[in-house]
Ligand binder design. Structure first.
Ligand SMILES: Cc1cc2nc3c(=O)[nH]c(=O)nc-3n(C[C@H](O)[C@H](O)[C@H](O)COP(=O)(O)OP(=O)(O)OC[C@H]3O[C@@H](n4cnc5c(N)ncnc54)[C@H](O)[C@@H]3O)c2cc1C
Length: 548
């Protein structure tokens, strides 16, 4: 058994938890973040990629609109390496009510969302693929943000301020003395080892799973509703600006250019379990139709990958429990001392990735208040490591880097221009990393071939470098391919079928992958929802991994 001692344990390594651990560490507390999987493996790794300007909410939720507008500026500055300043257009297509565009403009002015109306001709000059029948166009400061890059940026900053980050460490219990929280019990899912962390305070940022964590501390009936949404990546940047429909927020009304692809989304349906998120055929068709409204001919582009994520929405008394589309996107802090009589724990849920820093600031302010200490938030003042304010990400950056080293550094993934040295460095940094972990760090397997070529090269390199033996490599490769498949089968049509047939021949025909010797267990299969189990005493096997 391993033990640690710190002031604050942060549960959950999505954008919210990463923001919290950074803030806590920067205020001088000793702190440990635990996540049951990799950082950004939950909703933060399965979202749409939009750094909101606030435009989407100026009519439906003006308070959120102002928060987004303010945080957009800060996040663009402190996470320059993760944010591309693409700009955004709100366009009225013929199906849209033009009266809304007047409300939109008035809303932007009231909420401080920076906007300029431009002529339809200028909008089409900027984005020639957009529906030529649009009637009005507004330019806003939407951007795109790589959630993994952002989360790791915040985590590294926290580490520089003394924080410890424990991934693949699932919380399975919370200890109390009287009504005060004193320790968090976890399991290291890779080694099976028990881990106990004594602490003064716990901040629960477990997103759509936060009710399980609250339950472990004896705080019942926390209602976090998973609002499931699907997204589809098309195989190239159909646009270079975020394109939004100028309407009240609805399904399939935003197209976001992220890295080398364009992502259409999304839907909003209540899910029963955030670990079981289907990608229904009718929603796939709905998204492709919605894409067609924004970009005529959309369906002819190749759909590359589909995935599903769960918004951690806090149940909103104003709407029905099924109606996640109309539940508030605002952040909620649950004060368990006032609510349940349990001190030393707070829960935060809701909000958006765009407002992650503000969410962290608000909950850490509340924690300081409860501890009776005054320590100021400094997260807006300092950029995260490897990020230079003003030098934002541009899609061509890897091409630029490869031009410099292409003669002496082999390219392993042509789609995402990932070099051998990048891969080897990441593998040595974390020899236990699964191929999915490497994908989140390096974009391995995220391009048009979806891992068809690079995944087997990466496996071979891992063996050659002595990172793992052949049996382990085979198991990691098979696990990776099975996860990729979850997001491939719902969009199998047109060119994607041809690509999949080619991949099938490589893996089945050439490698006979189903019969390769493999080491069965990659890491300890400790159930993911330990909190739910403790609450229900109802053993359930590890649930399906949701791929992105
Ligand atoms: C379809 C969709 C599209 C979206 N698009 C956008 C967008 O374009 N722009 C935007 O700003 N926002 C967007 N959002 C919202 C945004 O993605 C979320 O608000 C945000 O990512 C939530 O982050 P989180 O850290 O709260 O949750 P998560 O990222 O889910 O993090 C929670 C973490 O808790 C961990 N955890 C769970 N149980 C345990 C346990 N027992 N022990 C340890 N760890 C545990 C999980 O592994 C997970 O990593 C979108 C959301 C969805 C679903």
């Amino acid at each position: 058994m391993r033990t640690y001692d710190c002031d604050v344990v942060v549960v959950g390594g999505g954008s919210t938890g990463a923001g919290v651990v950074r803030d806590v560490a920067m205020r001088g507390y000793s702190t440990i973040l635990v996540d049951r999987a990799d950082l950004g493996q939950g909703t933060t790794g399965r979202y749409h990629g939009l750094l909101h300007s606030g435009g989407r909410y100026v009519v439906s939720d003006p308070h959120s609109a102002t928060e987004c507008a303010e945080e957009n500026t800060i996040v663009t500055r402190i996470h320059a390496d993760a944010v591309e300043t693409t700009g955004g257009l709100f366009v009225s297509v013929p199906e849209d009510d033009l009266a809304f565009s007047d409300d939109f403009l008035a809303g932007c002015q009231k909420t401080g969302v920076r906007v300029t109306e431009i002529s339809v001709a200028d909008a089409l000059k900027r984005e020639p693929r957009v529906n030529p029948k649009i009637q009005r166009a507004f330019l806003v400061e939407d951007g795109t943000v790589d959630g993994w890059q952002m989360v790791w940026g915040a985590a590294r900053s926290a580490q520089e301020h003394g924080a410890k980050i424990l991934t693949y460490t699932a919380v399975v219990g919370i200890e109390k003395q009287g009504d005060a929280v004193t320790a968090v019990r976890c399991i290291d899912r890779r080694s099976g080892e028990d881990v106990t962390i004594s602490c003064r305070f716990v901040i629960n940022a477990a997103g759509a799973w936060s009710h399980h964590i609250a339950e472990l501390a004896g705080c019942h009936d926390v209602e976090v509703v998973p609002g499931r949404g699907i997204m589809i990546a098309m195989n190239h940047r159909l646009v270079n600006t975020v394109i939004n429909r100028c309407t009240y927020p609805a399904d399939g009304d935003i197209l976001v250019p992220v890295h080398t692809v364009a992502i259409i989304g999304t839907t909003d349906v209540r899910a029963d379990d955030p670990d079981e998120l289907p990608i229904p055929h009718n929603e796939v068709q709905q998204m492709l139709d919605c894409g067609e409204v924004l970009i005529p001919g959309f369906r002819q582009a190749r759909a590359l990958h589909a995935w599903s994520g769960a918004r951690p929405l806090v149940k909103d008394a104003r709407v029905s429990a099924q109606d996640t589309r109309h539940m508030s996107r605002g952040m909620s802090i649950l004060d368990h001392q006032a609510r349940d009589g349990v001190s030393g724990i707070l829960t935060i849920a809701g909000g958006k990735l765009t407002t992650y820093r503000l969410m962290a600031k608000n909950i850490v302010d509340r924690m300081c208040e409860q501890l009776g200490e005054e320590r100021d938030c400094r997260t807006a003042d300092e950029a995260v490591p490897n990020s230079t304010p003003g030098k934002n990400y541009v899609v061509t950056h890897r091409l630029h880097d490869r031009e410099a080293d292409r003669r002496d550094d082999q390219i392993i993934c042509e789609c995402e221009l990932m070099s051998r040295s990048m891969l080897v460095k990441a593998m040595h940094a974390d020899p236990m990393a699964s191929m999915d972990d490497l994908r989140r760090h390096l974009r391995l397997g995220m391009g048009p071939c979806q891992g068809g070529f690079c995944s087997l090269r990466a496996t071979g390199i891992g063996c050659a470098e002595g990172i793992f033996d052949a049996d382990t490599g085979n198991a990691r490769l098979k696990e990776f391919l099975s996860h990729r498949w979850i997001g491939l089968w719902p969009i199998l049509y047109g060119d994607q079928v041809r690509e999949t047939a080619l991949d099938e021949w490589i893996f089945q025909g050439l490698l006979d992958i189903d019969h390769l010797p493999e080491e069965k267990v990659v890491f300890e299969p400790v159930p993911l929802n330990a909190g739910a189990q403790a609450a229900q005493a109802d053993a359930k096997p590890e649930t399906t991994e949701v791929s992105r």
